[in-house]
Ligand binder design. Sequence first.
Ligand SMILES: *Cc1c(COP(=O)(O)O)cnc(C)c1O
Length: 376
Amino acid sequence: MVSVAPPRVPFLDIGEVNAPYADELKAAAIRVIDSGWYVLGEELVAFECEFARYCGVSHTIGVGNGLDALSLILRAYLDRGVLVEGDEVIVPANTFIASFLAVTVNRLIPVPVEPDEASFNLDPARVEEAVGPRTRAIMAVHLYGRLADMTALAEIARRRGLLLIEDAAQAHGASWHGRKAGSLGHAAAFSFYPGKNLGALGDGGAVVTDDDELAADIRALRNYGSAEKYRHDRLGANSRLDEMQAAMLRVKLSHLDADNARRRVVAEAYRDRIRHPEIHLPAAGAPGAHVWHLFVVRSARRQALREHLAAYGIHAQVHYPVPPHRQPAYASLQAWRLPLTERIHAEVLSLPIAATLREEQIECVVEACMSFADGP
Ligand SMILES: *Cc1c(COP(=O)(O)O)cnc(C)c1O
């Protein structure tokens, strides 16, 4: 048997990410076990208060995952008649498929819009062009952890009478002129999937909003459409953030700002030290607006770069190899021509980034990038 040495820089080692908090996480887990109460209890209520305060909004509603958070926002607006089946929702063309799924499971129509190349996020000018008579909402995805231009998008939404929904699944703690991700539109969805900046030890998600009615609707929808036990006012779902994950998230939330600060140090080190004509580095945007969920470079020779890094023991990944409109599941969207998005998907490569990345690992990534041979 040949033993294979572990990669020198894995893409993301979640065990290592949680290791510094292991004692706190274990204490919280024991507290939940001993409580004898595992769903819709005190840990959830406490986490919901703490996360709402953190985001600067009135309400957090813990749900099962990020996709449910997004879907339930749209479903609540449909129930209230604010949205109607067949209405159009503007979505970034280059997002993760969950942003599209939330729209299509609700029988709404996604209208993909090409990004601004400098930020990978929605381009307000293109959004404006895409607004038609059936357009009712804009879903702003803060891709890779960088906030979209929420000032421009909020202005378009206000002027055209549209809902502005944030998919903040990659942007916990990012801020826009002093306001946090989640507080920048009518409602926002977060994911607490273990690899996110605020990650649980399993699945989890949340809706955050200042809208009291929407919050009450989603609170009922996540629990069988019931605000009162065994009375079901609407056809609900079962999508709850359980006590164990809420307790884990309370621990992780208390370290989120420090973790994001550490991610910024890693990102700045990459941005300062990697100098290569064929590796295009991501921009940081306004101060505080990027929490570096992913550090995504672009290269016309993406595959060669990925293999070169692999030879150094560095695992890079692609977010995402195929855009939603090119996925087999979305045969109905194949006709869309989105050349910029397709080029981005062919060129992006995510370098390892985590709060736990050590200086020698950062240096290893920098050196490997710098030694990437020039193309033919
Ligand atoms: C992770 C993610 C989601 C979905 O979150 P889950 O908890 O995995 O359901 C939605 N949108 C974006 C942009 C994401 O990165």
